[in-house]
Ligand binder design. Structure first.
Ligand SMILES: Cc1cc2nc3c(=O)[nH]c(=O)nc-3n(C[C@H](O)[C@H](O)[C@H](O)COP(=O)(O)O)c2cc1C
Length: 215
């Protein structure tokens, strides 16, 4: 190699090593934070879940009794639905569905919907969203009572067209100047109820960790 080229090659090699180190560092940080984020979401879900389904009402380990549903058409979203099954001495008590509602003002809204074996909603909580503060964010339990209005509802309460916001002829309030966020949540909760009604047995009988596919 000519002397003139040596510094160029050395510089190139050095740059390559720096790029490799940078990539490795990023991958490492990603790996470490991913686990932390998963653990945080799990803690948050469990906390919200225990607000809705009292600890004493089930005695199985929810995180070990979980399945997924992949049915993008029914849920109008490609994300899988996670379903935790609550049981008391082995008997089904309720399902806790984590669903992704499409059609928020600023994208997806992740929801926890708890439904008991009678098909009655025990409660709904918004797990994450990017709706506008002061407009769409009253869907959060921390911001308003609105989401508590789903408790005790079912496919018969209200029935049919009642499962919509008032602006669309239904029973659920929208917010002042913000109909899109509550509409997305009402639709997704209704979809969860419809799925539960059609698949209740399968939801409880499917072995843990399995995926129910309808793609
Ligand atoms: C900057 C901005 C942010 C908005 N954020 C939301 C939101 O987060 N949720 C929502 O439902 N509507 C939001 N809106 C209002 C919607 O565009 C839409 O007008 C409204 O949902 C329709 O409600 P209405 O039928 O009560 O007027 C936002 C509007 C603007 C201009």
């Amino acid at each position: 190699m000519s002397k003139a080229l040596q510094p160029v090659v050395r510089g190139g090699l050095l740059l390559g090593v720096i790029a490799l180190l940078g990539t490795a560092l990023l991958a490492g940080v990603n790996y470490l934070t991913h686990d932390r984020i998963v653990a945080q979401e799990k803690r948050r879900v469990l906390q919200q879940l225990n607000e809705i389904v009292p600890v004493g009402s089930y005695n199985n380990d929810l995180f070990e009794d979980v399945i997924e549903i992949s049915d993008p058409e029914f849920f109008r979203h490609p994300a899988a639905v996670t379903v935790y099954r609550a049981r008391l001495d082995g008997k089904p008590v309720s399902v806790l569905m984590i669903i992704t509602a499409p059609g928020g003002y600023n994208g997806d809204i992740r929801l926890l919907v708890a439904i008991n074996t009678a098909g009655t909603i025990l409660g709904v909580r918004v797990i994450s969203h990017r709706e506008t503060p002061g407009l769409g964010d009253p869907i959060e339990a921390e911001k308003s009572d609105w989401v508590f209005g789903f408790a005790q509802r079912s496919l018969h309460n209200p029935d049919g067209s009642g499962w919509a916001v008032k602006r669309d002829g239904g029973e659920f309030d929208q917010f002042t100047g913000a109909t899109i966020s509550p509409r997305a949540v009402v639709r997704a909760v209704h979809t969860a109820l419809l799925y539960f009604q059609a698949h209740q047995q399968e939801l409880f009988d499917t072995p843990s960790q399995a995926v129910i596919r309808n793609e």
